[in-house]
Design a protein around this ligand. Structure first.
Ligand code: SAM
Length: 259
């Protein structure tokens, strides 16, 4: 079986058995190759924009003898698929903005028709992606956070929102009390992830401690400037740091007890 990193393995576990998958930005095509070899997918497209990774994907599929199950295609984002050809899309290892660009272009070109599940792993910009999903009729179904080789990754799974799940998403991002922190706002929930903030997973804490450290470095550097604009920016960063510190101080037990 093709060996996968912990991150790719976690993504693979989110692809449902019997799916027809398009893995966009597939690089070495490890994910579709693994899923085809394991029999999780009946058919997969490995999409790549760039010649180097495209060649690596072709070699992977050839060497694994999977040409009949995995079609390697060159193209930008979802242009490699025809409507109705696949039902699941994975996009991993890119920034949230780029994932949003790919999904938005796909939506405009009708490439998202017939897609029922998105499995996304943004390296940064998770909040932008959550907002896009909600605004474009996708219901966030699960989230996972994990660490590998010192890096922290989030995996988001979304499915087409039916009326029922639209209501669920209203609850998902609805302001909620968090003891010791006042309340988590809709904006907080886009940022932290509505499932992750509830999860109690220690990697979540580690992620936000690292973010605090990064923001402290930014505040220090802004503090060295005499400009009014830098002073204003620094104030906003310090407020953000304080809010994050407050959350971490009462996490994961910030939920008021249900009785
Ligand atoms: N998905 C793999 C993973 O998670 O291990 C590879 C991630 S790699 C960092 C990102 C890949 O996306 C690169 O191979 C790059 O060539 C490809 N890529 C970037 N923009 C793309 C686009 N608009 N359409 C298709 N592929 C793209």
């Amino acid at each position: 079986m093709i060996p996968l990193s912990r991150r790719l393995r976690a993504i693979a576990e989110r692809i449902e058995s019997g799916s027809r998958l398009a893995d966009i930005g597939s690089d070495h095509a490890l994910l579709p190759a693994f899923l085809a070899q394991r029999g999780t997918v009946s058919f997969a497209v490995a999409g790549e924009l760039n010649p180097g990774p495209l060649e690596a994907a072709r070699k992977q599929i050839r060497d694994s003898g999977l040409e009949r199950m995995v079609s390697v295609r060159k193209g930008n984002g979802l242009e490699v698929i025809s409507p109705g050809e696949v039902d699941t899309i994975s996009i991993a290892g890119m920034g949230g903005n780029l994932i949003v660009e790919i999904l938005s272009a796909g939506r405009e070109n009708g490439k998202l028709e017939g897609i029922r599940r998105l499995v996304l792993q943004p390296n940064v910009g998770e909040d932008t992606l959550r907002r896009w999903l909600r605004a474009n009729g996708w219901s966030l179904r699960s989230e996972e956070i994990l660490e590998e080789d010192g890096k922290i990754y989030e995996i988001l799974v979304a499915e087409r929102a039916a009326e029922e799940s639209d209501r669920t998403d209203m609850d998902l991002y609805g302001e909620r009390p968090w003891e010791g922190f006042g309340s988590l706002t809709e904006q907080d929930l886009y940022r932290f992830g509505p499932y992750l903030v509830e999860s109690g997973n220690s990697v979540f804490r580690e992620k936000w401690l690292r973010e605090i450290a990064k923001l402290e470095r930014i505040a220090d550097s802004l503090g060295q400037s005499e400009l009014e604009e830098s002073r204003t920016k620094r104030q906003a960063v310090v407020e953000d740091i304080n809010r994050l510190k407050e959350l971490i101080a009462c996490w994961p037990k910030g939920k008021p007890s249900s009785n």
